[in-house]
Design a protein around this ligand. Structure first.
Ligand SMILES: Cc1cc2nc3c(=O)[nH]c(=O)nc-3n(C[C@H](O)[C@H](O)[C@H](O)COP(=O)(O)O)c2cc1C
Ligand SMILES: CCCCC(=O)C(=O)O
Length: 359
C-alpha cells in the first residue's frame, strides 16, 4: 500500500472517506462537536432506556439467508408514495443542523440530492425550507401542527410551494421529552445566530409550540387543506394506526422519536409487526430509530417496513465533514444494504420475506 490512510488527510473528503461504518461516524463526530451539542444530538429522554432499546432490538434478531438463487446484484431502487428513491432509506427529520455544520441543512440536502434519497426536512430547520429546496433534493416536510392554524397553514403552503412532496406530521410530541443531558448542560436556547428559520417573519422568530391540545380533528383539518400525502410520525399503538387510516392518512412512520420523547417506550422495531397487522397493507409503513447497519435495514424491510429513516447518523456525517460526510454515511449504508441483500439471496428489497428474520 502506498500513501497515507485517508484518515490522515485533513480535508473534509479525507475525513469522510476515513469512516468505515456508521458507528465510526458517531465516534468521529463526538471528537469534533461541542460536547453540549453532541449531547443534544445523541441524547434521549430521561434514562435513555428507549435509545438503547432501539439498537438492541436489531441485535436480538437474526437473519436467515437463502442460497443458490442466482439473483445477481440487488437493485435497491424503491418508490414510496409515488416518490422514486435510490434506496429504501430516508433522512429522518432532525432539528438545528447549524449546530453541526455552518451550511446546515443546505449541506445535508446536497448530500440527499447527490445520493438520490428523500430528505424529510424538519420544520425546525436553521435555514428556510425554500433554501433547502433550492438544492434540488427530493423533500418531504415535517410538521409540528401549531395551535395557530393560520400559521400552520402558512407553513404548509410554503412547503407545497417549495416542492415538498409529502407532509410528515409528528404526533409523538404533545410535550417535549425530558432530556436531562440538556438540563445538566443548561442547553435550553439556541446560540446567537442560530434560529428556526421557518418560524421567522414579521421581525421575530416564533417559539414552536408542542401542544397537548392537538387531536385527530387537526389531522382532519390538515387533510382538508392539502392534497399532499400525509404521514403520521410517531405511531406505536395498533389502534392509532387503524385510526390514522380511517382519518385518510397516507402513511405512517413507526417511531419513538429516537428515544427522545416518552422514555421506556418499546423499541420501534418491536412495534412494526403489530402496526403492520393493524394497517393490513392499506398504507405504507416507514420505521426509524436505531438503524445503523445494512442488516438493520434488511430486518426492518423483512418485518414489513417499506423503508426506514435514519436520524443521528446523518448528523454525525454532517458534523464530521458537511456534505461529503453525509454522503459518506449514505454510501456506507447503501453498500452494506446491497451486501446484506446479496448474502440473503434476494434480488430487491421487496423480495425479503418475513421468515428471513428469526428471533
Ligand atoms: C437531534 C435530533 C433532533 C430531532 N428533531 C426532530 C424534529 O424536529 N422533528 C421530528 O419529528 N423528529 C425529530 N427527531 C427524531 C428523528 O426524526 C427520528 O425519529 C430519530 O432520530 C430516529 O432515530 P435515530 O436517530 O436512532 O436514527 C430528532 C432526532 C434527533 C436525534
Ligand atoms: C423543540 C425541539 C424539538 C426538536 C426535536 O424533535 C428533538 O430534539 O427531538
Amino acid at each position: 500500500m502506498t500513501g497515507g490512510h485517508p484518515g490522515h488527510l485533513a480535508s473534509e473528503a479525507g475525513r469522510a472517506l476515513a469512516l468505515v461504518n456508521l458507528r465510526d461516524a458517531e465516534t468521529a463526530a463526538r471528537q469534533r462537536l461541542d460536547p453540549v451539542y453532541y449531547d443534544y444530538f445523541a441524547g434521549g429522554a430521561q434514562d435513555e432506556v428507549t435509545v438503547a432499546a432501539n439498537e438492541a432490538a436489531y441485535r436480538r434478531r437474526s437473519l436467515l439467508p437463502r442460497v443458490l438463487r442466482g439473483c445477481g446484484p440487488p437493485r435497491l431502487e424503491t418508490t414510496l408514495l409515488g416518490q422514486a428513491t435510490s434506496m429504501p432509506v430516508l433522512m429522518a427529520p432532525t432539528a438545528f443542523h447549524r449546530l453541526a455544520w455552518p451550511e446546515a441543512e443546505v449541506a445535508t440536502a446536497r448530500a440527499a440530492a447527490a445520493a438520490d434519497v428523500v430528505m424529510i426536512a424538519a420544520m425546525l430547520s436553521t435555514v428556510t425550507v425554500e433554501e433547502i429546496a433550492a438544492t434540488g433534493a427530493a423533500l418531504w416536510f415535517q410538521l409540528y401542527i401549531q395551535p395557530d392554524l393560520a400559521f400552520t397553514e402558512s407553513l404548509v403552503r410554503r412547503a407545497e410551494a417549495a416542492g415538498c412532496r409529502a407532509l410528515v406530521v409528528t404526533v409523538d410530541s404533545p410535550a417535549l421529552g425530558r432530556n436531562e443531558r440538556g438540563d445538566r448542560n443548561d442547553f435550553h436556547d439556541l446560540p446567537p445566530g442560530v434560529f428556526c428559520a421557518n418560524m421567522g417573519g414579521a421581525g421575530h422568530v416564533r417559539q414552536v409550540v408542542l401542544s397537548p391540545e392537538i387531536s385527530w380533528s387537526h389531522v382532519d383539518w390538515l387533510r382538508g387543506i392539502t392534497t399532499l400525502p400525509i404521514l403520521l410520525k410517531g405511531v406505536l399503538h395498533p389502534a392509532d394506526a387503524r385510526l390514522a387510516v380511517e382519518h385518510g392518512v397516507d402513511g405512517l412512520v413507526v417511531s419513538n422519536h429516537g428515544g427522545r420523547q416518552l422514555d421506556t417506550t418499546p423499541a420501534s422495531l418491536d412495534r412494526l409487526e403489530p402496526v403492520a397487522e393493524a394497517v393490513a397493507g392499506r398504507v405504507p409503513l416507514l420505521l426509524d430509530g436505531g438503524v445503523r447497519r445494512g442488516t438493520d435495514v434488511a430486518k426492518a424491510l423483512a418485518l414489513g417496513a417499506a423503508a426506514v429513516a435514519i436520524g443521528r447518523p446523518v448528523l454525525w456525517g454532517l458534523a464530521i465533514a458537511g456534505e461529503p460526510g453525509v454522503r459518506r454515511v449514505l454510501d456506507l449504508l447503501r453498500t452494506e444494504l446491497a451486501n446484506a441483500l446479496t448474502l440473503l439471496g434476494v434480488a430487491a428489497p421487496g423480495d425479503l420475506t418475513r421468515e428471513q428474520v428469526v428471533s
